[in-house]
Write a protein that binds this ligand. Structure first.
Ligand code: HEM
Length: 510
C-alpha cells in the first residue's frame, strides 16, 4: 500500500517532499544563534533564506514589516544577514553615532569579474575609501562646488537646455534624455574639463548605457547573494547582460581618462582628472604612502558620472511632474521669480536666498520623489548593539530612507505634495532634520552641494521661462516611480510653453 502510494506520486509532489525533508534536516541540524538578533518576517528557507518573500518593488512591503516588527528587522538572503534600518532616529543612531562600525560597503559579487570594483569612492571601504573621498571632495571644492565658478558652468548648460526645450515649440515631448544629457554635461565639464554637443553620438550612446546600467543593476540585485549565478549556463536574472553593460560603460570612461592623462599639462588645471593626477604625483614623489593611482582615478570618474547624472536629472523631472498636478504651486514660483528677479535676466546663485518658495518646492520634491529610496548598502564591521539588538559582523545594512522621508509621525500627511511644510508663518525656510534624501553620516552623498546648486539654477530658470503643461489636461500622467537603485518617474509627456510675458532679450549675467 505504502509502496503503491510512493510510486503514484507526481514529479511535483516528489519535489515538495524533497524540499520538505531538506528543510527539516536544516532546522534540526543548524546551530541556534542565542544572541538577540533583530526579528524577521518569517522562517528562512535553506539556501534561499527569505529571498522568496521579497517583492520586486519592496517599498510598501518594507513599510508593513516595519509596522509589524519595529524599526529594525532582518532578512536572511542566501548566507548573508540583511538588516533594514527604518525611521530617521534609528538611521541617525547607526550611521552617525555608530559611524565607526556602520560606514563600510559590503563586498560586491562583481569582484569575481572586475577585480578593481572596490576602487574609487562608492564601493570602496577603509583607508582607500577615506583617501579617495577626501581627495575627491577637495578637488570638487577647488573646481567650485558651492562657489560661483561652478555656478557659471551650470548656467551655460542651463542655457543650452532652454534652447533645446524651445525647439519643441510647446508640443508634447519627453524630457528624460535631454535632461540626463544636460546634467551629465555639468559633470563632464568638471571631471573632463569639456562638454559634449547634445547630438554627439558617443555621448548619446553613453547616456543610454548608463540608463540601462541603473535599470539592470536593480533587477539583478539577487545575484549579490548568489554569486554562483555568474557561472550558470542560463542567464536567469540578467547577470550576463549587466556585465556586458558594465564593460561598455567602463570602455567609455577608461578611454576618456586615458585621453585626458595623455594630454596632461601640469600648468593647466582644467579638470578633475588633471587635479587628481597632480595630487597623486605630489604624494608619490614625496614618498608618503598613498592610494591615489590611475586605477582608483578611473573608478572615481565612473562613480561621479553615474552618481551625479541620473539622480539630479530625476529630481528635475519629478519636480515637473508634481507641478503638472499642482499648477497653483507653479504659478506661485513664477510670481516669486517675477517679484525678486524679473524676466530681464536669468537667475543666479546670489538670488537663492530670495527664492524661498522655490527652495521649499525643491525640498518637498526631494522628500516625496525618494530618488534613492533604500540609499546604498552599508556593512557592519563588527558585532554591534543597536536598540537592544545585536547586529552581527558582516551584516549588510539597508538604510531605508523612504521610511524617514514618508514617516507619518514626522510629516503628518507624507503622501501629499505640500511645499508649505518647509516654510514658517513668515514664509522663511524651515529645514527639517528628517529630510535626508542624501542619506547621513560619513557616507552622506558626496555631491549634495553640487546637486543643490544644479536644482536651484535649472529649476529657477525653467520656471522663469516656461509654463509646464500636461500633454492632455483631462488625463494627467500618473505619479509613479520606477523602483531601482534610483527611482526616476515613469516616462511622461509634457509641454514646455514659453511664458508670454517673457522678454526675449534675457541678459546673461557674465
Ligand atoms: C538629487 C541628487 C542626488 C541624490 C538624491 C543623491 C543621493 C545619494 C545617496 C542616498 C547616497 C548614498 C549614501 C549612503 O551610502 O548612505 C549617495 C552617495 C553618493 N553620491 Fe549622491 N545623490 C545625488 C547627487 C549626486 C551628485 C550630483 C554627485 C556627483 C558629484 C553624487 C555623488 C555621490 C557619490 C560619489 C556617492 C558615494 C559616497 C560614498 O560612498 O562615500 N551624488 N548619493
Amino acid at each position: 500500500m505504502l509502496l503503491e502510494t510512493v510510486l503514484s506520486l507526481s514529479a511535483t509532489s516528489w519535489l515538495l517532499v524533497i524540499v520538505g525533508v531538506v528543510t527539516l534536516i536544516y532546522f534540526l541540524t543548524s546551530e541556534r544563534d542565542n544572541r538577540k538578533l533583530p526579528p524577521s518576517p518569517g522562517l528562512a528557507l535553506p539556501i534561499v533564506g527569505h529571498l522568496f518573500l521579497v517583492e520586486r518593488n519592496p517599498i510598501q512591503q518594507l513599510q508593513k514589516w516595519r509596522e509589524r516588527l519595529g524599526d529594525i528587522f532582518m532578512l536572511r538572503m542566501g548566507s548573508t544577514n540583511m538588516v533594514f534600518l527604518n525611521g530617521h532616529d534609528v538611521l541617525k543612531e547607526a550611521l552617525v553615532k555608530k559611524a565607526d562600525v556602520f560606514s563600510d560597503r559590503p563586498p560586491s559579487a562583481l569582484r569575481h569579474v572586475f577585480p578593481d570594483v572596490h576602487n574609487g569612492v562608492i564601493a570602496a571601504s577603509g583607508p582607500n575609501w577615506k583617501e579617495q573621498r577626501t581627495t575627491s571632495l577637495a578637488i570638487l571644492r577647488e573646481f567650485g562646488m558651492g562657489k560661483n565658478i561652478l555656478a557659471d558652468k551650470i548656467a551655460e548648460e542651463v542655457d543650452v537646455y532652454v534652447n533645446e526645450l524651445l525647439k519643441h515649440k510647446g508640443q508634447p515631448t519627453e524630457l528624460r534624455k535631454i535632461t540626463n544629457m544636460s546634467v551629465s554635461n555639468v559633470i563632464c565639464a568638471i571631471i573632463f574639463g569639456r562638454r559634449y554637443e547634445l547630438n554627439d553620438k558617443r555621448f548619446a550612446k553613453m547616456m543610454d548605457i548608463f540608463n540601462e546600467l541603473v535599470k539592470t543593476s536593480a533587477s539583478t540585485s539577487a545575484f549579490q547573494f548568489f554569486p554562483f549565478l555568474l557561472y550558470s549556463p542560463i542567464d536567469f536574472v540578467g547577470v550576463q547582460q549587466l556585465i556586458a553593460i558594465i564593460k561598455e560603460s567602463r570602455d567609455f570612461t577608461e578611454s576618456i581618462v586615458k585621453e585626458r592623462l595623455e594630454g596632461f599639462d601640469p600648468e593647466v588645471m582644467d579638470s578633475f582628472v588633471a587635479a587628481y593626477r597632480r595630487d597623486m604625483e605630489k604624494k608619490q614623489d614625496s614618498g608618503v604612502h598613498t592610494y591615489l593611482d590611475e586605477k582608483n582615478l578611473t573608478r572615481v570618474i565612473a562613480n561621479l558620472f553615474v552618481a551625479g547624472t541620473e539622480t539630479t536629472a530625476s529630481t528635475i523631472l519629478w519636480c515637473y511632474l508634481f507641478l503638472l498636478h499642482h499648477p497653483d504651486v507653479q504659478e506661485k514660483i513664477y510670481k516669486e521669480i517675477c517679484e525678486h528677479i524679473g524676466t530681464h535676466r536669468v537667475p543666479t546663485m546670489q538670488d537663492k536666498p530670495k527664492l524661498k518658495y522655490l527652495q521649499a518646492v525643491i525640498y518637498e520634491t526631494l522628500r516625496l520623489a525618494n530618488i534613492v529610496p533604500l540609499s546604498l548598502t552599508h556593512m557592519v564591521t563588527e558585532d554591534t548593539e543597536l536598540r537592544g539588538y545585536v547586529i552581527p559582523k558582516g551584516a549588510i545594512v539597508v538604510p531605508n530612507l523612504y521610511s524617514a522621508l514618508m514617516d507619518e509621525k514626522v510629516w503628518g500627511d507624507p503622501q501629499n505634495f505640500r511645499p508649505e511644510r518647509f516654510l514658517d508663518s513668515q514664509g522663511n525656510i524651515v529645514k527639517k532634520e528628517e529630510l535626508i534624501p542624501f542619506s547621513l553620516g560619513r557616507r552622506v552623498c558626496l555631491g549634495e552641494a553640487l546637486a543643490q546648486m544644479e536644482l536651484i539654477l535649472y529649476l529657477s530658470t525653467m520656471f522663469q521661462r516656461f509654463e509646464f503643461l500636461p500633454a492632455d489636461p483631462s488625463n494627467l500622467p500618473p505619479i509613479n516611480g520606477v523602483f531601482g537603485v534610483t527611482m526616476p518617474p515613469e516616462a511622461f509627456q509634457i509641454r514646455c510653453v514659453e511664458r508670454k510675458q517673457f522678454n526675449n532679450n534675457v541678459i546673461r549675467n557674465d
